[in-house]
Design a protein around this ligand. Sequence first.
Ligand code: PLP
Length: 286
Amino acid sequence: MSRVAYVNGRYLRHAEAGVSIDDRAFLFSDGIYEVIEVFDGALFDEAGHLDRLARSAAELRLNLPMGEAALKFVLREVVARNRVRFGHVYLQVTRGAARREHYFPSPGTPPNLVITARPHDPVAGDAKARKGIEVITLPDIRWKRPDIKTVSLLPNVLAKQQAKEAGAGEAWLVGADGFITEGASSNAWIVDAEGSLITHPADSSILCGITRTRLLAIARAKAIRVIERAFTVAETYAAREAFISGATTLVLPVVRVDGRMIGDGAPGPTALGLRAVFHDPVASLG
Ligand code: PLP
């Protein structure tokens, strides 16, 4: 079965789908995106992702080409046509195609909407979580609005590649103030010696992960002490546990940071416990 992509009202064979070379995201990274997990055929935390999409659009004064109900319909259609039961949907909206000029194109320029879906193997994800990943720390050289989910990801791409070349699964980005903001494509968490769960506050220096929001609710429901504050690299080295979160990785334990063992060097109970109940609809209810 060949993959199907949705592009501006049409369902096309993935390999043949495309937009104009004048597309503003191609020319200027002038676009936004979302990645939504497909869990047992359903779009997990869809409302949170669509709310964040609307926020990103508003922050960039970018028009969404359709309302929420229509978008939900197309998302389901793409999932169904690609027969994805476990995987994720990728959605990208750009400011459309227009002659290359920095100014916004004329108001009538239609945005470009592309939606694709891809399966993943949940068993492989769980195996990875049981092993844990390594992380390296790097300077956070991104722009000052990473809270907007734009496709402008060059610093993230460079950080992720550097991590890969160092044998690590993620890079944690360190601000000029010495505090870790988040990962190149995930939110960053530690558990301190007292068992408190610590993650950066959802201000303009991080992307407020939808997974992060759910994890905070689950942790509070489990009566885990949660502190939303920035933490340093030194605190990370001394942490009892560390992990990352995101819609594709869910909760992934971090067992080494910059070559230093975290805790006893094995995935910790807090991270594994949160991962185990992540999809449980009642886990986040107090
Ligand atoms: N932070 C960054 C920079 C990301 O790219 C992502 C996910 O792509 C996240 C955090 C996690 O966000 P979410 O949980 O909504 O996937």
